[in-house]
Design a protein around this ligand. Structure first.
Ligand SMILES: NC(=O)C1=CN([C@@H]2O[C@H](COP(=O)(O)OP(=O)(O)OC[C@H]3O[C@@H](n4cnc5c(N)ncnc54)[C@H](O)[C@@H]3O)[C@@H](O)[C@H]2O)C=CC1
Ligand SMILES: O=C(CO)COP(=O)(O)O
Length: 299
């Protein structure tokens, strides 16, 4: 405990708190958020920003605005823990951060890791992705023994996997909500993996990333558990609930809702064939899920 490393988590939602909890096994990890929370080592934003290491656990859609409003680069080393693609611009998080932070100070967290299980100290494996392997290893060393860390240089692959699997988790939730059966869900997840690989390869992702923790690992986790917020969004959509009601009741972020639109736009722009993400974007705009199933079966 208490190594002399200055580190802070920015964002005290589910994931930010779980990461602070985990890192507190090996060092003193501060945390900050826009609203004061009764958490040990909670500090002001000003104090957090003085730290050498920063972990960003904000929703992807607010990252650009937050950086613009609050961030000045002073040599900080960054680990981005969000999973999503910005709606509207279609920007990946590494592209957004690149406006504010040099590439060799940036890393991205991926892999199957429900916050609630990390909070219980359950065994978990994650990947730290950066073009700067020394930086990945520095962050890896901060994790406690119940979290196994891997490093990778495939930043775009990790980002595509982390973002895309949220959309596929919504699809899987819909599939189970409609009681389409195990065959249908396995096919959906398998074809989803093929689809997200096709999308990622277009942007330069490495093949092996899709087979590992960041790809198949996080996809299998999120697309098969009610612990996933995105999967639950799918379940409720299948029940015919309105999206606004679902999101209001969820009270937490479901990144797939925004990322599906970003994938829809990027796929149209670059002519990438992404039928499942396409149908999810349409369902979120009001298309009847059962018609999407018919369309996917006949496509
Ligand atoms: N919860 C999980 O199991 C995991 C989540 N993630 C990713 O981490 C990111 C954050 O997710 P969670 O913490 O789970 O979500 P959450 O909904 O629990 O918390 C989000 C936090 O962001 C804050 N926030 C929202 N808008 C803000 C703004 N404009 N300025 C400042 N703060 C703002 C909220 O106050 C809240 O504390 C997402 O991209 C998610 O996909 C990644 C891995 C696991
Ligand atoms: O990314 C996650 C686990 O790896 C969390 O997924 P949800 O945001 O769907 O809960």
């Amino acid at each position: 405990m208490g190594k002399s490393v200055s580190i802070a988590v920015i964002g005290a939602g589910k994931w930010g708190q779980a990461l602070q909890f985990a890192l507190s096994f090996t060092l003193t990890c501060k945390i900050t958020s826009r609203h004061i929370k009764p958490i040990e080592n909670f500090v002001s934003l000003e104090e957090a920003l003085k730290c050498e290491y920063l972990i960003f656990a904000l929703p992807a859609q607010v990252v650009r605005g937050w950086l613009e409003a609050h961030f000045t680069f002073r040599g900080q080393k960054i680990l981005v823990a969000a999973k999503g693609i910005e709606q509207g611009s279609g920007s990946f998080l590494n592209e957004i951060f690149a406006h504010y932070v040099p590439e060799d100070h940036l890393s991205f967290l991926s892999g199957p890791s429900f916050a609630s299980e990390v909070m219980q100290g359950l065994p978990t494996a994650v990947v730290i992705n950066s073009s700067n392997e020394t930086l990945s290893k520095e962050f890896a060393a901060f994790f406690p023994s119940f979290i196994k860390t891997y490093t990778s240089k495939d930043v775009i692959g990790a980002e595509v996997c982390g973002a895309y699997k949220n959309v596929l988790a919504i699809a899987s939730g819909i599939c189970d909500g409609l009681k389409l059966g195990n065959n249908a869900r396995a096919s959906l997840i398998a074809r989803g993996l093929v689809e997200m690989r096709r999308f990622g390869k277009y942007f330069g992702a490495h093949d092996e990333t899709f087979l590992g923790l960041s790809g198949a690992g996080d996809l299998f986790l999120t697309a098969s558990s009610t612990l996933s917020r995105n999967y639950r969004v799918g379940l409720f959509l299948a029940e015919g609930k309105k999206l606004e009601t679902i999101l209001e009741e969820l009270g937490e972020v479901a990144e797939g809702v925004f990322t599906s639109e970003a994938i829809f736009e990027l796929s149209a722009k670059h002519m990438i064939y992404t039928p499942i993400a396409h149908e999810i974007a349409l369902i979120l705009k009001g298309k009847e899920p059962r018609i999407s199933v018919k369309d996917l079966l006949s496509d």
